[in-house]
Design a protein around this ligand. Structure first.
Ligand SMILES: [Ca+2]
Ligand SMILES: [Ca+2]
Length: 321
């Protein structure tokens, strides 16, 4: 699962960082990265588009797209004060921060077949970080979970230089009109339901004292909607907001409604029909009348009726009467 981050992706990530920092300099968030709906929360956020500055949770791809590359997951604290020893339940029963897909076969023709992820940069420099596909899954489709740990804590940065994870989403038969939904959640909280725990250990290694989603936003999971309630502060050290916009969405070039397609066909038929009614049947003798001197009044009258040959006959009959 581990692989190097490409120069293109790294450049895009740095561009995103630069724009975020400039937003702070120019009067946006003092911390640079957006605080979202919870200014006092540590933020876990996903960006589906590495080529557009800022965070995007709703993108469109062309039909037939096989890979959506460079999706990133970021962890930051706008206040720059939150302590962190470790992320996730690290051990034989690893459960961490989850990012994954909820399939919708009724809606979609194609499908998400895999998420290939790389741990890029731990929240705290020097920590050990890794990803897996989830020993216990939070989502029905492709999924990753993120972990990091070390006995030495650090401060979660307000403006991280790099994401914690970059990933590619592999699609099969992406078809016009498909919509693939992804969500972020705290699988540590789900594993420890009833214990008011979360993926963030702020007071000692592996304590799992903080986390869960402080701002429920309709996260659809295998375990129901928003199954990861926030650990209360105190005893938690801080709140965490998992931000995916109520579901990060990849849309395959929007479908033209069937009624519109039929509308085009009907309009074309009406145009042809209207043209026939106005102009009538074209006359094969249209260019012959000026040559043989047919009376203009005859030509015009019969041509309008589409009866060029009969006009000539009419002229012949007129000569012999
Ligand atoms: Ca972006
Ligand atoms: Ca949330």
């Amino acid at each position: 699962m581990s692989r190097a981050v490409s120069p293109v992706v790294r450049t895009a990530l740095l561009a995103t960082l630069l724009v975020a920092v400039m937003a702070g300099v120019c009067g946006g968030s003092d911390a640079g990265f957006p605080a979202g709906a919870c200014p006092e929360c540590v933020i876990v956020a996903v960006d589906l588009d590495p080529n557009t500055p800022g965070f995007q949770t709703d993108i469109t791809v062309e039909a037939g797209t096989q890979t959506v590359s460079g999706v990133t997951i970021w962890i930051y604290d706008p206040s720059g004060t939150a302590h962190l020893f470790s992320v996730g339940y690290v051990g034989g029963a690893n459960r961490g921060i989850a990012f994954g897909h909820m399939p919708d076969e009724a809606q979609n023709t194609g499908e998400v077949v895999a998420v290939t992820a790389t741990a890029v940069e731990p929240v705290i420099p020097g920590h050990t970080a890794f990803v897996n596909n989830g020993i216990q899954k939070m989502f029905a489709g492709a999924e990753l979970q993120y972990f990091e740990y070390n006995s030495t804590p650090g401060i979660i940065p307000a403006n991280p230089m790099l994401p914690v994870v970059t990933l590619d989403i592999e699609l099969s038969e992406a078809t016009r009109g498909d919509i693939y939904r992804f969500y972020l959640g705290d699988m540590t909280t789900v594993m420890m339901t009833g214990w008011e725990k979360g993926a963030f250990s702020s007071q000692s290694l592996g304590l799992l004292d903080s986390g869960g989603d402080a701002i429920p936003d309709g996260t659809d999971t295998l375990h129901g909607i928003d199954p990861d309630p926030s650990a209360p502060v105190p005893p938690a050290s801080y709140l965490v907001d998992y931000v995916d916009g109520g579901g990060a969405v990849i849309r395959v070039t929007p479908a033209i409604p069937a009624v519109t397609e039929w509308g085009v066909v009907v309009m074309a038929l009406l145009v042809v029909l209207a043209g026939t009614l106005v102009h009538g049947r074209p006359s094969p003798n249209l260019r012959e009348y000026p040559k043989d001197g047919a009376p203009q009044s005859c030509s015009a009258r019969f041509l309008r009726a589409g009866l060029g040959m009969d006009c000539a006959s009419h002229r012949e009959r007129s000569r012999h009467t």
